[in-house]
Design a protein around this ligand. Structure first.
Ligand code: 5CA
Length: 445
């Protein structure tokens, strides 16, 4: 993409309405525009990052054997009356009537809708196990939408639902989700710590939240300092292996990290004093096991191998896709702007032309642009007639992890400059080597 032809409405001034850094930077970098309280338009740069996050979510869900589909956002109240949640959900549910006077609602979550599809089409234990999921807009009429996309009213969520014959199978589905979420967040450059939590309006009594540690997090967390040392890394995972998923869950949850309300019940006190930590965390996902809560109310039954009709065991599993855009920025920025992890960056590399209009400099930039594109990468080429300082400030603000700077002085010595946004370190390399350097970085991303 050439910046002269892109739509990147960056703001020079700090917007006054933004209280936290991710909100401020998303507005300044031209990623979002508020449409009304807690509702945002996603401008091209913000949309691109959200799509990258969504792609990773899909890839990891599919790897775990889960099946994507799509549900309507507007749903009939009748289904929600069957579960008792039309009245039970409270003020957070946005209700409306259609022209026939029928009660409708904008889906805040989708347990009922998925259970309804299941009961209509699945009758036998032979069709289990089954996990269906979607990535779809949700609406919750939060009393205090704030912090930009972190606590919106309209937000984009991956929500998945497992259907299993027994509690044991459903707990494997739960563990499988936990493991796939660890991998998902790691690919986004985040360490998200799974912690036992309260279930709220989703129900059930077994749930883990995934928290990214950041000062601006809304949850208070208590943890053993050792939890921040463990990573899934390059481990091979067999999602069908009950044993492997269980042991990874144990490894990642053995240190009893807990969120605020439930921490009394745990053994935080038994952690050696020097390793006890309390901090704030951003909840980027949550998984639930709630057994037959919805399947009994909605009549989602299958015949088991004895011919008995039994309600299926279920759980639901969510990832806050739009919230993650903000959470990643909270975890990765400096005073100049955003620093995208390679896995989610909107463009792989920036190209800054220091002397637009100079034949040699323009030609070198074009060679880099087509070279990177031919390697399957997406560069953002700042080809505007702007001062160098302004170009650097824009690149730093929008946070591309790598920048190639091209100017007549370097070219005289046959080199361009490759700079890491994170470390600020630069290397001078001939064009061909600069291309290989950037390609090498993205080999695994
Ligand atoms: N049905 C279950 C699992 S799919 C569910 O709705 N879980 S949830 O309520 O925990 O939401 C899943 C994730 O969506 C949360 O972990 C959070 O990351 C994100 N989320 C929830 N509310 C908001 C909000 N108001 N704004 C942005 N993201 C949100």
């Amino acid at each position: 993409m050439r910046l002269s032809r892109y739509f990147l409405p960056v703001l020079k001034e700090n917007p006054t309405e933004a209280q936290i850094v991710s909100h401020r930077l998303m507005l300044r970098a031209g990623m979002i525009k508020q449409a009304s309280a807690g509702i945002y338009s996603w401008l091209p740069l913000g949309f691109k990052v959200m799509r990258k996050i969504e792609d990773i979510v899909h890839q990891e869900q599919i790897r775990a054997g889960h099946i994507p589909m799509l549900m309507p956002t507007l749903q009939s109240a009748d289904l929600w009356r069957e579960s008792g949640r039309f009245d039970g959900y409270g003020e957070e549910m946005l209700r409306m009537k259609d022209r026939q006077g029928r009660d409708m609602l904008f889906s805040p979550t989708a347990e009922e809708m998925f259970t309804d599809v299941f009961r209509a089409h699945v009758n036998s234990y032979k069709d289990l196990p089954l996990t269906l999921y979607q990535v779809q807009w949700k609406f919750r009429d939060e009393i205090r939408p704030r912090f930009g996309v972190m606590r919106g009213r309209e937000f984009y969520m991956k929500d998945g639902y497992n259907f299993d014959l027994s509690k044991e199978d459903a707990l494997h589905a739960y563990n499988r989700h936990l493991v796939s979420y660890l991998r998902t967040y790691e690919r986004m450059g985040l360490q998200a710590i799974p912690m036992r939590a309260d279930s709220g309006p989703i129900g059930g009594d077994y749930t883990h939240e995934f928290l990214v540690l950041a000062d601006t997090g809304e949850s208070e967390v208590f943890y053993d300092s050792k939890v921040t040392d463990i990573q899934l890394g390059e481990r091979e995972i067999d999602y069908d292996s009950v044993h492997q998923c269980q042991s990874i869950l144990e490894e990642f949850t053995a240190l009893y990290a807990r969120t605020g309300e439930t921490h009394e019940a745990n053994q935080f006190g038994s952690i050696p004093k020097e390793r006890q930590r309390s901090a704030r965390g951003i909840e980027v996902g949550q998984i639930f096991y709630f057994g037959t809560l919805y399947s009994e109310k909605l009549g989602a039954l299958v015949t088991d191998d004895q011919g008995n009709k039994v309600p299926v065991h279920m759980g639901s599993h969510g990832i806050g896709v739009s919230r993650l855009v903000g959470a990643i920025i909270e975890a990765s920025h400096d005073d100049k702007g955003i620093i995208w992890p390679e896995g989610v960056t909107p463009f792989h590399c920036g190209i800054v032309n220091l002397k637009q209009g100079d034949d040699d400099t323009d030609a070198a930039c074009e060679a880099l642009y087509s070279g990177l594109t031919a390697l399957g990468l997406e560069p953002l080429y700042d080809d505007r007639k702007e001062r160098a300082g302004g170009k650097f400030a824009t690149m730093d603000l929008i946070g591309l992890p790598w920048r190639i700077t091209v100017g007549p002085r370097g070219l005289k010595n046959g080199v361009v400059e490759v700079t890491s946004r994170r470390s600020g370190e630069s290397e001078e390399l001939p064009i061909e080597q600069a291309l290989t350097r950037i390609a090498g970085i993205y080999q695994h991303n």
